[in-house]
Design a protein around this ligand. Structure first.
Ligand code: GCW
Length: 724
């Protein structure tokens, strides 16, 4: 009896606490990211209620089911009432159909929607006014469903819809730098979401939410493992694990890919070498491809980092990157897979003439001569800039330089060099700046976007890769604002000609509220935030001055590491006369890798944008800038502006307190405080160091660094995250 009473009391207590805790469970912890489907207000609510009266889905496949589930979930959230399924047409219904699945002819689609595109139109069918989503394939219905949800969530007029959209790039991939032990190289959002240990049996429900978030922005492929790969990923148990993930992601149009370790035939195949021209090696890879496709029929292909940063590769056997890529391509070809071969290489060693030594030149030097030698299912994946995901880099000279090879853009969404987990540095402007850069290879307008869209050289195979910022953190990306980078990446991969500002607004509308009094200041914070990071870390074209290994914080003084190009001092080359890396024809000659009109402009300081001066030129400390101030004074002012911008973001954010839910408000507020402290640290340490070389006074009004240079030099961070 007593036991029963206890039990009853416990139940009551549990009910009570769960009720009491219910609001907390519903608190905005960021898990839903931009798919919050918050309850609409006012006319937006009326609009949705009038134009989401019922849902008619004519297709029956898994992607159509996913579209149906998402529309029901989304409109239920936004309208506060269910969206019923129906079969008969009625006014205000949402109708989804591919031509094959519709019992009656659909209104002709005004444009070719391709394999993944969709149209959303307000049309009259059998006398009823409906919102019709059409696509050639079911996956287009899913993308259309997400777009309709986005339109509703951002307060668009749902009464007169006439939209169509097709992706401009074929492969829109995330690259996870996730290790099999659960760590993530350059990951700042916890551990890997792939629970390799419990796969294939346990499929974490998080995988479907991952798929929904990605499908909502059009991502259609994911490379599961780090490019610094382990051969184990290609063993039978791990293929089974990858197959389990593929089965969850498939309805959302997401294919899985694997990073392949070049030496796998030796490590797990027990061959004596991995020479791409050795028939035994080729046969091993062909058999491996067959094994993978038996388990994953729509496997995307292999991503390869070879002969770079210690990774093995075909050059170990005196073969070229093309020899290596083509051998793998032949193994995948019968199954329709692709090889994505990375151009991020720097292993060639210092040039004999130290004047000509320049890490920025190596990818071009290795790959440009191979143009035309790659098989037709090979893409070369090129980082946005020639060094390594710096806060600002000029566009990579390979874009436009390999007309016969489809080039895939590689952006880093995780912010290894832009403040890592905590700094608010929205990457949209970085994506936009790179993609709008004009290579001039076919005259003006030959933008990097056009190169990767295949428009200049008529490539059908096109793509973009983003190094994921996703981890086990509840909010996926480590902070609310880091989610914007994931979101923006997807939108730019769908359309490389997107606008960073429009994307930011759209993201903020969905992530916070559509109230312009909140969204406008958030968007304006975001839009200047990356430039602020450039200012407080690496102004005017400086690069790669971060702490050794972990890349956290400033260390421009480091000059004693084993290889010259590991040292920050190699990149800034500050001396008594000035600062900057001379890449003109009197220096490393790297500018010659650009098309002649670009190279010509970069050959002179007068025609090089000031923001890239120190990337391309060694500039005297007293050189006059357009503003009339000296380079030294301008540098100090850039550092000051960067710190001031972060302080202004703090003020803006604080003013939004009443409009933002507490958890997300608090974390952002705390992170902005960290960012401000670290921006100040970057500024002070950099100025203390560069002043020890420039020997110039600080401009009037600029405060001296808080500490002496030695203090900054003595800081160490053995446990900084993200090293993998
Ligand atoms: O940015 C550098 C990183 C390495 C990374 C490498 C690469 C995966 O510091 O961590 O390794 O680039 O892109 O291969």
């Amino acid at each position: 009896m007593l036991a029963r009473l206890c039990c009853w009391l416990l139940t009551l207590f549990a009910m009570f606490t769960s009720l009491a805790l219910a609001p907390a469970a519903r608190a905005e912890d960021g898990y839903q990211a931009w798919l919050r489907y918050a309850h609409l207000q006012g006319t937006a609510l009326q609009d949705a209620s009038a134009h989401a009266t019922a849902l008619i889905v004519m297709d029956k496949g898994p992607s159509a089911k996913a579209a149906q589930a998402e529309l029901q979930r989304g409109f239920a959230g936004m309208m506060g009432k269910p969206l019923p399924l129906a079969t008969a047409l009625r006014d205000g219904a949402i109708v989804l159909a591919t031509p094959g699945a519709s019992p009656r002819p659909l209104p002709a689609s005004p444009a070719d929607l391709g394999d993944e595109g969709y149209a959303i139109r307000t049309v009259t069918m059998a006398g009823k006014t409906v919102t019709l989503i059409t696509a050639n394939h079911e996956i287009g219905l899913l993308y259309g469903a997400f777009d309709l949800l986005r339109l509703a969530a951002t307060g668009a007029d749902l009464a007169h819809l006439d939209q169509r959209s097709t992706p401009k790039l074929k492969l829109r991939l995330l690259n996870h730098w996730d290790n099999l032990d659960g760590t993530v190289e350059r990951g700042y959002a916890g551990f890997s979401i792939w629970d390799w240990w419990h796969l294939p049996d346990w499929k974490d429900p998080r995988y479907s939410d991952y798929a929904r978030l990605n499908a909502s922005i059009g991502i259609n492929g994911t490379v599961l493992n780090n490019v610094n790969a382990k051969a184990d990923s290609l063993t039978a148990p791990y293929i089974a694990k990858a197959a389990a993930l593929a089965s969850v992601l498939r309805p959302y149009g997401i294919k899985v890919y694997l990073s392949a370790k070049w030496s796998a035939p030796i490590e797990i195949g027990h061959l004596k070498d991995a020479d791409p021209l050795d028939p035994q090696v080729a046969a091993w890879w062909a058999a491996k491809a067959n094994e993978i496709y038996a388990a994953i029929p729509d496997f995307g292909g292999f991503l390869v980092k070879a002969n770079s940063e210690g990774q093995p590769g075909p050059q170990d056997y005196h073969r070229t990157h093309a020899d290596g890529a083509n051998m793998l391509a032949a193994a995948l070809k019968p199954h329709g897979g692709v090889v994505i071969w990375r151009a991020f290489v720097y292993a060639a060693g210092a040039q004999k003439d130290p004047r000509l030594d320049d890490r920025a030149k190596q990818a071009y030097d290795d790959f440009k001569p191979l143009d035309g030698q790659f098989a037709d299912n090979v893409m070369v994946q090129v980082k946005n800039g020639a060094i390594d995901f710096q806060p600002r880099e000029p566009f990579h000279p390979l874009f436009g330089a390999m007309p016969k090879t489809p080039l895939m853009m590689e952006f880093q969404i995780t912010k290894e060099y832009l403040g890592q987990s905590t700094h608010l540095t929205y990457l949209g402007p970085l994506f936009e700046e790179t993609l709008r850069s004009d290579t001039m290879v076919n005259g003006p307008g030959s933008t990097v976007a056009k190169v990767i869209e295949g428009k200049l050289d008529n490539h059908k195979l096109t793509g973009m890769a983003g190094i994921a910022n996703i981890g086990t953190d509840r909010n996926w990306s480590g902070s609310t604002f880091n989610q914007a980078d994931w979101y923006a990446y997807g939108r730019f991969a769908w359309n490389p000609e997107s606008s960073a500002q429009t994307v930011a607004r759209e993201w903020a509308d969905q992530t916070f509220t559509t109230d312009p009094r909140v969204v406008a200041p958030i968007v304006s914070m975001m839009m200047g935030s990356r430039e602020a990071a450039v200012d407080y870390m690496t102004p005017l074209g400086l690069a790669h001055l971060m702490g050794t290994g972990h890349h956290y914080g400033p260390a421009p003084w480091v000059s004693d590491l084993g290889r010259p190009e590991w040292n920050p001092a190699y990149y800034h080359k500050a001396d008594a006369q000035g600062i900057g890396f001379d890449r003109t024809m009197s220096g490393s000659e790297a500018i010659a890798q650009y098309a002649p009109p670009v190279a010509k402009a970069l050959s002179s300081l007068a025609t090089t944008p000031e923001r890239e001066w120190l990337w391309f030129h060694h500039v005297g400390w007293d050189q006059k800038m357009a503003s009339g101030e000296t380079l030294w004074d301008a540098m100090v002012h850039h550092y000051d502006h960067g710190v001031a911008y972060v302080a202004a973001m703090q003020t803006t954010w604080n003013s939004l307190r009443p409009s933002i839910d507490q958890q997300r408000f608090d974390q952002t507020q705390t992170y902005l405080a960290i960012q401000h402290r670290e921006a100040q640290w970057w500024r002070d340490a950099s100025i203390a160091y560069f002043q020890s070389i420039s020997k110039r006074p600080l401009p009037a009004g600029s405060a001296a660094p808080e500490h002496r240079l030695d203090w900054y030099k003595a800081l160490t961070f053995p446990y900084a995250p993200g090293r993998g």
